[in-house]
Design a protein around this ligand. Structure first.
Ligand code: TYD
Ligand code: MG
Length: 422
């Protein structure tokens, strides 16, 4: 519960004036101008936005503090400024000189980039109307406040009110906006979550502290596919895009060892190859541990139960560790078979044949089930020079593309084990 004082002036009278009634129009009579997408200079960012920034759209960029949101948007502002016209960067977090310092470090010297340090929403809107930029960035929405409410900046009502004013502005002026939102400890409540339903696009910037990779994930997009990811790398001079992530996530794999399996997952529209590593070792304390990073612990328990029941592999007195290399999180059943094989590989201490990729969902009966976008996945594996590909039997058909890579179809987990680990 949080107490909120109500302003004396009735709010509705302040900011909700009735406009002249608009009449309804036929869908067929609405003319689309040429859909113009503003390119940000980062094809990875464009991809997550569905192909570039749509005019008049509002995108929320959320993420932990320090993950690189301001860096990304400042770098993008530079490129947009160069190619399309003025960009306004409104900051409530840093001073002008701090921004300047960062810009120098990022080697940004755009003549079209304007900085405003302001947190009062009414003032920000005045400047926005006056400057009429192509794109504006509000960093961050949590520092802004509207005079219409008495609650302090950062409260849910202020965040909502400020965002709704900005959204109204974007829709009426055709200026595209990026709103930065920190995911706070109480993330779900006071953070950007409360805005997700209001904005057009929601992007989350994530990454692990110990890796330089950053992943920008589309959680919602009214102008493109959600689930899309963009991969970046944080360097000394800012963010660099990684246009072929599979290469990076696999690059360290020199020779095969037990417990390591390459899988293929689909993120949005893009296939990505990842390495799963498992370690199965006898428990030295009472309760065996199940530790995993990058995959859902519940899914791991389920797969362990299937191994126990269907394959007669009893891991009850073993610690089990599973790790997705590179700090990526996968949330897709197409990697099940790979996880199972990595567990068995570590358990039996047998390496899976070098240069193979394993694709398939594992059902409760130990059967291997089909996955989506199989051809894209095989194609990605072939592109990276892998030699062998295990796919679900149900997915096998006459593929449109002629693959050089050896394709093996499997019906069950049992058959997959026989093919790879004997
Ligand atoms: P920042 O963009 O300020 O994060 P956010 O706006 O999401 O809070 O990023 C800050 C981090 O990025 C900081 O820990 C330092 C690092 N960084 C680099 O490694 N290289 C750089 O060139 C810059 C500008 C930042
Ligand atoms: Mg910042």
């Amino acid at each position: 519960m949080s107490e909120e004082r109500v302003s004396k002036k009735p709010q509705t009278a302040l900011n909700r004036k009735r406009k002249g009634a608009e009449s309804a129009v036929l869908l067929s009579q609405i003319n689309l101008g040429e859909e113009q997408r503003i390119k940000t200079g980062f094809s990875e960012l464009d991809r997550t936005l569905g192909g570039g920034i749509v005019k008049g759209s509002v995108a929320l960029v959320g993420g932990d503090p320090g993950i690189g949101k301001s860096t990304l948007l400042l770098q993008a502002s530079d490129k947009i400024g160069e190619n399309y016209g003025e960009v306004l960067y409104v900051t409530g977090e840093e001073s002008k000189s701090q921004i300047k310092l960062r810009a120098e470090r990022l080697r940004i010297n755009s003549s079209n980039l304007k900085i405003l340090t302001e947190t009062c929403m009414e003032a920000i809107l005045d400047v926005l109307v006056r400057e009429n930029p192509v794109v504006a960035i509000i960093d961050s929405i949590q520092t802004t406040y509207s005079l219409d409410l008495e609650s302090p900046a950062g409260t849910i009502s202020q965040i909502r009110e400020c965002a709704s004013k900005l959204i109204d502005f974007a829709k009426s002026s055709n200026v595209s906006l990026f709103l930065v939102g920190h995911v706070t400890k109480e993330g779900a409540i006071a953070g950007p979550k409360v805005l997700e339903h209001m904005v057009d696009t929601v992007l989350y910037f994530e990454g692990e502290k110990n890796y330089s990779y950053r992943i920008l994930r589309t959680v919602k997009n009214r102008f493109g596919k959600s689930g899309e990811i963009g991969v970046f790398q944080m360097e000394r001079f800012g963010l660099l895009e990684v246009s072929n992530p599979s290469e990076i996530f696999l690059s360290e794999k020199e020779k095969p060892f037990s417990g390591s399996v390459v899988v293929s997952t689909i993120e949005g529209t893009r296939p990505i190859l990842l390495e799963i590593q498992a370690l199965v070792s006898p428990t030295s304390y009472g309760v065996p541990q199940r530790v995993c990073t990058g995959i859902d612990p519940k899914r791991l328990s389920l797969l362990l139960a299937i191994l126990e029941k269907k394959e007669d592999i009893h891991l009850g007195v073993f610690d089990v560790f599973v790790n997705v290399v590179g700090g990526i999180k996968v949330d897709e059943p197409g990697v099940d078979l790979g996880v199972c094989l990595s567990l068995i590989s570590s358990f039996k201490d047998l390496a899976v044949f070098k240069s193979s990729v394993v694709i398939g969902e594992v059902g409760l009966g130990g059967e291997v089930r089909g996955v989506s976008q199989i051809e894209e996945r095989i194609f990605e594996a072939e592109k990276l020079g892998l030699k062998r590909c295990l796919i679900p039997y149900n997915n096998y058909k006459a593929f449109a593309h002629k693959f050089e890579i050896e394709i093996l179809e499997v019906k069950s987990l049992n058959q997959a084990i026989e093919l790879t680990l004997t």
